[in-house]
Design a protein around this ligand. Structure first.
Ligand code: TRP
Length: 529
């Protein structure tokens, strides 16, 4: 007899844990920059719309899938899949034929991928969506952990006063030397994995929930301290302007798609993380309110992160740059230029913030894999954690080495380029493209089609109703009209536009179409120029 499934102690525990998963490197180093670049306030507005009409409905899908089945992603899809699905067979056979066709074009790498996934779909149907989720979590954690290791390394550097650069070139050189130094990077990566593993080992309530309740408030306080420092510098307003003032002229179809892609990434959707966390929710909790809280927290932190970074950057006369460069090359120099000689302190606080964001996301990725091993293979939690984190850590070494330089992995690099024609730079970039451009849209599409058409919105709403009655039954039109409490409106059998029906329409039609357009654009089949 298996042990009873653990559950969160209440809504707060779940909301903080899920927000911990969602709030990660994406919020702190990706969002502020893409917002600034793509139209500032105008982008933020489009992003908010994407979050509200695509991100939120899909998150509600994942969480209700998890709670309904009380299983990891693979178990969840397995449990709700019909014995035979024509749609799944159709997709499976199409992929196999595409695979065979690709053979004729000598595209063997992609051909094998198509044949493999197509074959799996024919054999296992919708369960493959869960398998892909677990595999993605596994792969992503292996490189996420390397970056997690960097952030820990930078805390150590900052606190010991070794990050005292005042120019971007000097800081960039320091970062490069650090990244290339495997004697540092690999132990730090192992350290990061170890921290995640230790938390996951303690289980849902004493591990994930307890640590989320400690780390998330800490993250918030650190962010506020950094914002206060940044905003009180003379000239800070230029940074606020870069980040938030609406620049309508750069808005185009492209912008919308970037916002949509990021909405999936930042909410940790489409990889089974929210299904897994959702599977630890008890029947009494309000799924609808929890989902809204997670989404609001994630968005708030992303916007606050922009306010912590750009005012300081601009006030100190630096130029914005993107991604890792902004965080590791520009910011240390910015912090050291702030008058008062407390550069080491600001840098320490910032990298602590980044590490916390990375750890709470990393542990949710590990939990996806562990939940799969525990539920499906009936492993003991300890065994599952030890073995999965060890294997992921070893795979991460490949990422760590490739960040440093592809030269040491020449055979792998050549094989990848030959087989898939991807040459995106480092292994990390390849992984990033693979996950953000391919796995997230495919996962999001699958989840919305599955919930909308296979499991069915009716059953999903039945699940969401437990504990959140008002979600399903709020009459949207009466609500907007201010007639919510009008008895005849509430009891009328003729009001059909409730929140639940609006959600159903989105999940069945709007989300799949929007995600498909975004996907075709990302892989270059659709061009708006
Ligand atoms: N949401 C995370 C961030 O903003 C990244 C992420 C994407 C993630 N998918 C995930 C984290 C799945 C955990 C699980 O950085």
């Amino acid at each position: 007899m298996a042990e009873a499934r653990e559950h969160w102690s209440g809504s707060l525990g779940f909301v903080l844990a899920a927000a911990g998963s969602a709030i990660g490197l994406g919020n702190i180093w990706k969002f502020p920059y893409i917002a600034g670049e793509n139209g500032g306030g105008a982008f933020v507005l489009i992003y908010l719309i994407c979050i509200a009409i695509i991100g939120l409905p899909v998150m509600l899908c994942e969480i209700s899938l998890g709670r309904r089945t009380q299983r990891n992603p693979v178990g969840a899809f397995k449990m709700l899949s019909p014995v035979r699905s024509h749609l799944a067979n159709f997709i499976g056979f199409s992929m196999v034929f595409t695979g065979i066709a690709l053979m004729f074009f000598q595209e063997f790498g992609w051909a094998i991928v198509m044949l493999l996934i197509g074959g799996l779909i024919i054999k296992f149907g919708w369960t493959v969506a869960g398998i892909l989720g677990v595999v993605s979590a596994f792969v992503i954690l292996s490189y996420y952990s390397v970056i997690g290791g960097w952030t820990i390394g930078y805390i150590l550097k900052a606190i010991s006063g070794h990050l005292n650069y005042t120019t971007e070139t000097a800081a960039a050189k320091c970062f490069k030397d650090f990244m290339l130094n495997l004697n540092w990077v690999i132990p730090l990566h192992f350290g990061f994995m170890l921290l995640c593993a230790l938390i996951i080992l303690r289980g849902v309530r004493n591990g994930i929930e307890k640590w989320s309740k400690i780390l998330m408030p800490m993250l918030f306080v650190l962010l506020i301290v950094l914002i206060l420092r940044g905003l009180t510098l003379p000239g800070a307003i230029k940074g606020v302007r870069f980040f938030l003032s609406p620049k309508m002229e750069v808005i185009n179809a492209e912008t919308v798609l970037i916002a949509l892609g990021h909405a999936f990434f930042t909410l940790s959707l489409a990889m089974g993380a929210m299904i897994t966390y959702g599977s630890y929710i008890s029947r009494e909790q309000n799924l609808f309110m929890s989902t809204i809280s997670i989404v609001v927290l994630d968005t708030t932190i992303a916007i606050l992160a922009g306010l912590a970074i750009f005012p300081a950057v601009f006030a100190m006369g630096f130029k914005e740059s993107s991604g890792a460069g902004l965080v590791f090359n520009v910011l240390p120099a910015v912090f050291n230029s702030i008058p008062g000689g407390l550069g080491w302190l600001w840098a320490t606080l910032f990298f602590l913030l980044l590490s916390i964001a990375a750890i709470t996301s990393g542990m949710s990725l590990l939990e996806v894999v562990v939940a799969f091993l525990v539920d499906e293979l009936k492993w003991k939690r300890t065994k599952a954690v030890v073995i999965s984190s060890t294997v992921i850590a070893l795979l991460g070494v490949v990422s760590a080495v490739s960040f440093a330089s592809w030269d040491r992995l020449e055979i792998l690099h050549i094989a990848l380029v030959k087989a898939f024609h991807i040459n995106q730079g480092s292994f990390f970039d390849t992984m990033d493209v693979l996950t953000s451009n391919w796995m997230l849209p495919i996962g999001g599409l699958t989840i919305s089609i599955f919930v909308g058409w296979i499991w069915g919105t009716r059953k999903a709403v039945e699940e969401i109703r437990h504990g959140s009655h008002n979600f399903a039954d709020v009459h949207l039109i009466s609500l907007i009209a201010g007639l919510k409490d009008d008895p005849s409106h509430n009891n009328s059998r003729y009001h059909v536009l409730t929140l639940a029906s609006l959600w159903g329409i989105f999940i069945r039609f709007i989300t799949p179409v929007a995600v498909t357009i975004a996907f075709l654009h990302q892989i270059g089949w659709l061009n708006f120029k």
